[in-house]
Design a protein. Structure first.
Length: 352
């Protein structure tokens, strides 16, 4: 996810009662209020907040990293897998706020559902519709994609409805991220087993972030940020020091033992991937480690929230590093470019 650390924001003033003039049928081209008395822009903003739209920038990298890990070139089915991932992620966002509506009414009344900007039934309907759409896209991508998408959807629903506030919550969230990466491998048509190490690394990062997030409203514990800091260092070492594997269509391009132009292109490609992996891994460590360290020194709610935000932002450079080490530096740079876009969009849409 690409959202910044949560910061409580007070609810806005109640909407003014409609006057006699405002009850007339509005011209949609003029942006007038709809049946609920709010202008279309306000309704769009409420749904953008509910669905945490800036966080969508953290999603495509899962699938692309999974596809790169198999060594098979991404294609139309990979794009379908990205669509599946986006739908299931957004289904989880809508379901999360629907399941937490009573708790949010007491602790976070500014959120779309408790503030009355989104009806609970509409949020639940959206979650169901997005889940169905995601599974339909997975079916278009083929049976291997469905075999991963179904347990991914089940994990999302289980987390939001039952596991979130239990000790199994962080593990469920980690499993969802790992399955999302495996979805890219399955849909692309490669060997899914080749993507398991990358899925484990991404899942471990997600586990650390989620464990820290459970302390963000009250703070007071240095254990979770310290563990996350140690995990970040270990993950950075594992990602940076694993030999880069070239994609299948380039591995066999040169005759073994015979130098020549093809072999030189392989060496250059491998060097480029190694450099990209090192740079992106350093970016991942820098993004996550500093806020974890600060939260470990002073586990206040504010610094703990910043640590969560740093861990979330670090997801994108980690995805990019995993892609680069698999031999896809160009795709890795494309993933990395999503990070500034996510930060820019997060300034316009509240995700707290």
């Amino acid at each position: 996810m690409a959202e910044t650390a949560p910061v409580a924001r007070p609810a806005g003033p109640p909407a003014a009662a409609p006057t006699a003039a405002s009850t007339d049928v509005e011209d949609p081209d003029r942006g007038g209020p709809g049946a609920d008395g709010r202008p279309p822009a306000a309704r769009v903003a409420a749904w953008a907040e509910l669905l945490r739209l800036p966080a969508l920038f953290t999603v495509p990298g899962d699938v692309l990293a999974g596809a790169a890990a198999t060594g098979v070139r991404a294609g139309p089915r990979t794009l379908l897998a990205i669509g599946t991932s986006l739908c299931l992620y957004e289904a989880g966002m809508a379901l999360n706020d629907w399941a937490d509506r009573a708790e949010d009414a007491a602790e976070r009344p500014h959120r779309p559902i408790p503030s009355g900007r989104v009806h609970p039934a509409a949020a639940l309907t959206a979650a169901c519709g997005l889940t169905a759409t995601g599974l339909a896209l997975a079916a278009r991508a083929g049976r291997p994609a469905v075999a991963v998408a179904v347990p991914l959807a089940a994990t999302v629903w289980a987390y939001d409805l039952t596991l979130k506030h239990t000790p199994a919550g962080p593990l469920a969230m980690a499993a969802a991220r790992g399955l999302d990466l495996l979805l890219g491998a399955a849909a692309t048509g490669g060997d899914v087993r080749a993507a398991v190490p990358s899925a484990a690394l991404l899942g471990t990062h997600t586990l650390a972030v989620t464990a820290v997030s459970r302390e963000e409203t009250r703070g007071g514990s240095s254990l979770a940020p310290l563990a996350a800091l140690a995990a970040t260092g270990l993950l950075a070492r594992l990602v940076a020091h694993r030999p880069t594997r070239l994609p299948a269509d380039r591995r066999g391009a040169a005759t073994p033992g015979l130098p020549g132009p093809t072999a030189r292109r392989r060496d250059v490609s491998g060097l480029s991937a190694a450099r990209a992996t090192a740079a992106l891994t350093a970016g991942y460590a820098a993004t996550a480690a500093r806020p974890y360290f600060h939260a470990a020194l002073n586990p206040s709610p504010q610094l703990t929230q910043r640590a969560v935000g740093g861990g979330i932002r670090a997801t994108i450079p980690l995805q990019a590093a995993l892609t680069a080490r698999a031999g896809g530096p160009a795709t890795a740079l494309l993933i990395a470019a999503l990070a500034p876009l996510g930060r820019k969009f997060a300034r316009k849409v509240s995700i707290t």
